[in-house]
Design a protein around this ligand. Structure first.
Ligand code: ADP
Length: 506
């Protein structure tokens, strides 16, 4: 219905049936009609409102001014909210006040100008608004409510603290006050854009945002936006978090990481350098051992030849003391020759990645037995083995490994016939091979040192040897990425264990 003329009966019917409190008053402010909802709201019943002055429905302090306001409205009547922005109050019959909102519409009838007031009790709304603001007040996060024009409608204590203002100094100010100059011009456009498509979201994704403090300093912030749909129009709630501390920690972490990376790089370079140096000195050493043992062989052969010649030529006529000396000389040269030969073999152990293939340990073992055939037969040794796996390695070295361990198991036998058992255990990536014998055993204190070069526990007379066999075993196993150790007790045999990597292609 427009603000033009209206049929009184029709008007009455509409007013009565409306779910809102409606009051129709005449130009003098006398209530002509009030619906049931209006009676309920103001605490009246049975048409009691009819005939009353509208001023009866407002607290006395508003009454004086009201006739003037009414006359003003009648001078230029239009449908509008009453007293917008002012705190309007209704008065119940029992004397209680309550907050209201009033919509006014002029109604022209043949009987003159009437004013239709729609009255809404806004106590509930104000209470939830109050609760909402209280929740914002107590938040440890800075909160601002900004209206559609970009004015700060509300700022909590934390927001005031963050930006260095008194709370009262922020209310009503343009939001741009809190923005660095560099983004100030751009911001109203961003704000308008947000209002076009308001949703809960983070602001300035991917960028570091800054706020401007009262003292002119800036503070890095993170901002979350939520639109608030309120009866007084759309508002935006901004939650602002000072992230200086976080950025400081991130920066410190970045610096620490950089420093760590730098140190790791330095250390890696140093390691690479010392590895290279080690490789060089290893090579030098190998070269040296090779040349030395090679070159030593010739004069040694000379000495051995001379000693044997001496023994052969004068053996019978020789003074017994001299003969003994000559015999010892021959023995020593033979031992020395063996040592040089073994040292040469040791210095040659070098596992090159390209010579690594899949090697069946079963085949390697049977090759080793082949090498030791004479010794095995002569000693009556029994050699048993479980099925053995295939490993990644260099075949000749693995044959050597088995030959050295089997040779020792037979050499260091007890009174019993030698019995050697070879077994395998799956360790996942690796296999562990055990070579167990029933020989003389080894005391605990020697378990480590027997793997060192030239370390022997016996003299040549009791058990001949050069003390290189286990050093070779250790070198072979280590070059294959495994380890070797012994478990043994004197008199109870020995078990040599070693690990190797499983075959590459499975
Ligand atoms: P060699 O046998 O030439 O002396 P090795 O390096 O092979 O040199 O062995 C070092 C020492 O370890 C040996 O002198 C011996 O005392 C001890 N040994 C090695 N294998 C066994 C074994 N199966 N039983 C008892 N002792 C052993």
């Amino acid at each position: 219905m427009d603000a033009g003329t209206a049929q009184p009966t029709l008007l009455h019917a509409i007013i009565e049936s409306a779910p809102t409190a409606l009051i129709l008053s005449d130009s003098n402010g006398r209530i002509v009609l009030a619906n049931q909802e209006a009676e309920r709201l103001f605490g009246y019943s049975g048409r009691e409102l009819q005939g009353l002055q509208v001023e009866a429905l407002m607290p006395p302090r508003f009454r004086m001014r009201h006739p003037d306001l009414r006359n003003g409205y009648q001078a230029g009547p239009s449908a509008r909210r009453m007293g917008s922005g002012r705190d309007l109050r209704g008065l119940r019959r029992d004397g209680n006040e309550f907050p209201i909102e009033i919509g006014l519409s002029p109604v022209r009838t043949e009987e003159g100008l009437f004013i239709l007031s729609a009255v809404v009790d806004i106590s509930e709304r104000l209470r939830s608004e109050r609760n909402f603001r209280q929740a914002l007040e107590s938040s440890p996060i800075a909160k601002l409510i900004v209206d559609a024009e970009g004015r700060i409608d509300f700022a909590n204590d934390e927001a005031a603290r963050l930006f260095g203002y008194e709370r009262s100094a922020l209310a009503g100010q343009p939001l741009e006050l809190l923005l660095p100059l560099s983004v100030r011009d751009l911001h109203p456009k961003l704000r308008a854009g947000y209002l076009q498509n308001p949703q809960v979201r983070r602001m300035g994704a991917g960028r570091t945002l800054h706020g401007l403090r009262r003292d002119g300093s800036t503070v890095p912030v993170e901002i979350g936006l939520s639109p608030l749909d309120t009866p007084s129009g759309p508002l935006v709630l901004a939650a602002i978090v000072d992230i200086s501390e976080r950025l400081r920690i991130e920066e410190a972490q970045r610096q620490i990481n950089e420093e760590l990376e730098r140190r790791v790089a330095e250390r890696t370079a140093e390691l690479a350098e010392s590895n290279a140096a080690l490789a060089r000195s290893n090579e030098d050493l190998q070269q040296f051992a090779y040349i030395a043992s090679h070159d030593l062989q010739t004069p040694l052969r000379g000495i051995a030849g001379c000693a044997q010649l001496l023994e052969k030529s004068f053996g019978e006529n020789m003074d017994p003391e001299l003969r003994e000396v000559t015999r010892r000389m021959v023995n020593s040269t033979v031992t020395l020759q063996m040592m040089i030969r073994d040292l040469l073999a040791y210095s040659r152990i070098e596992t090159r990645q390209d010579s690594v293939t899949d090697v069946s340990l079963q085949d390697a073992l049977s090759d080793a037995c082949g090498l030791l055939d004479a010794v095995i037969v002569e000693s009556g040794a029994r050699i048993e083995h479980e099925p053995l796996p295939t490993v990644a390695g260099e075949r000749t070295q693995l044959v050597q490994l088995f030959a050295n361990l089997l040779g020792n198991a037979i050499k260091y036998r007890s009174r019993e016939l030698p019995h050697v058992r070879i077994s395998a255990q799956d360790l996942g990536e690796q296999v562990e091979i055990s070579v167990a014998d029933n020989g003389i055993g080894i005391a605990q204190e020697h378990h480590q040192r027997i793997f060192e070069i030239f370390k022997r526990l016996h003299n040549q007379q009791t058990y001949p040897g050069t003390g290189i066999g286990l050093a070779v075993c250790r070198r072979v196993v280590q070059r294959h990425g495994g380890r070797i150790w012994v478990t043994s007790q004197p008199g109870s045999g020995s078990v040599f264990h070693f690990t190797l990597n499983k075959q590459q292609s499975s």
